[in-house]
Every structure is written in structure tokens, then in C-alpha cells.
Design a protein around this ligand. Sequence first.
Ligand SMILES: CC(C)(COP(=O)(O)OP(=O)(O)OC[C@H]1O[C@@H](n2cnc3c(N)ncnc32)[C@H](O)[C@@H]1OP(=O)(O)O)[C@@H](O)C(=O)NCCC(=O)NCCS
Length: 189
Amino acid sequence: MSYFSHPTAVIDEGCEIGECTKIWHFSHIMPNCKIGKGCNIGQNVVISPEVILGNNVKVQNNVSLYTGVTCDDDVFLGPSCVFTNVINPRSAVNRRSQYAKTHVGKGATIGANATIVCGHGIGAYAFIGAGAVITKDVPPYALMIGNPARQSGWMSEYGHKLIFDNNGKATCPESNEQYTLVNGVVVKQ
Ligand SMILES: CC(C)(COP(=O)(O)OP(=O)(O)OC[C@H]1O[C@@H](n2cnc3c(N)ncnc32)[C@H](O)[C@@H]1OP(=O)(O)O)[C@@H](O)C(=O)NCCC(=O)NCCS
């Protein structure tokens, strides 16, 4: 087996798990999940049936990923962040056929304790602040904070705020990569 799972982890049948992925204490991967290479699944994580994670996805402790969630490569899910898959749950009403989808784009970060209300996509390299409650689609590179979450700026792929000049240009202070902002859309040069 080319991945590691702690003896207390439970991995159900039909899962595909990529090489060098690590699955830590008391986590449960339910049937038919696809988890890419080099992922780190922390402690007390539940991944529901048929969830798909790309390569190098980091899932911190106490995260539940429900059916309908998909994450592209390099996504970071902060500790105890919360996904949802039913918009109007009632214990006495079966809504299993109505699970909403939530897609998290490449390189996006979801901060500790943030909640993603289902049916909203998180764009590539978006950054969701700790404790934010996402109730709308999030554009690529957007920095979102608060409840309900509002966009407070833009973040680079290295996780620094992008300050755009009058020409719509910004440079990441760590990578020196350049970005442009045109009509509300950020593009890396
Ligand atoms: C959002 C974040 C990236 C910082 O954004 P920032 O805009 O650069 O933050 P600043 O420190 O400059 O603060 C700017 C303002 O936003 C507020 N703020 C910062 N983070 C906030 C958050 N998560 N939610 C609400 N408000 C926040 C600050 O209080 C400050 O408010 P003020 O202007 O009224 O004083 C950071 O606070 C954050 O939430 N990081 C995620 C950490 C995390 O979850 N890590 C998980 C791995 S352990």
C-alpha cells in the first residue's frame, strides 16, 4: 500500500487513495471516495461517500466532507471548518436525493471554523477567513471574511493581500508574481 493510514482510521470499500497520502487518528473515509496523491487527512475527519479530493489537499482536524463536496489540487481546509449539503434539513424529511454540490477550486484556503453554506462554489486560490460564513459564490483569488462573508480584498497564490494600483496591477511580496484586475477578475501574468 503506497499510502499511510493510522491503525485507528477506517477506510471503507471502493476508495481510491493516492500514493504518499496520510490519514491520521480516528478518521473515517466512507465508500467510493477518491483521494489524490500527497494529501494529509488530519485527526477525526469524516469523508462521506463519493467525495473527490485532488492531489496535495490538506484537511485539518475535525473536518467533515459531505457527499457533493469536491476539492481540486492544493486545497487547504482549516481546522473544524464546516461543509453542508442540505439547505433546509428536517430530521423527519428525507432529502438524500437533494444533496447540493460544493466545489472548491485549486489552491483555495478555507480558514478555521468557517462554514460553507451548500450550493456555492469557492474559486481557485480564494481565501476564506477564519469563522467566515459563505452564502454566495466566491470568485477566484477573493479574500472573504465575516458572517455573512463579504469580500475584503484579493489574495495571491502565496497567501498575501494583493494591493492593485490605478492600472490594475499588483505584485505578490513573496513570489514577486504579477497580477492584473480587469472588470472584477484577477489574472496572474
Ligand atoms: C482573514 C485573514 C487572512 C487576515 O486578513 P486581513 O484583512 O489581512 O486581516 P488584518 O489583520 O489586516 O485585519 C483587517 C481587519 O479585518 C478583521 N479580520 C481579520 N480576520 C478576520 C476574520 N477572520 N473574520 C472577521 N474579521 C477579520 C480585523 O479584525 C481587522 O478589523 P479592523 O480593521 O476593524 O481592525 C486572517 O485573519 C485569517 O482569518 N486567516 C485564516 C487563519 C486560519 O484559519 N488558519 C487555519 C490554519 S491553522
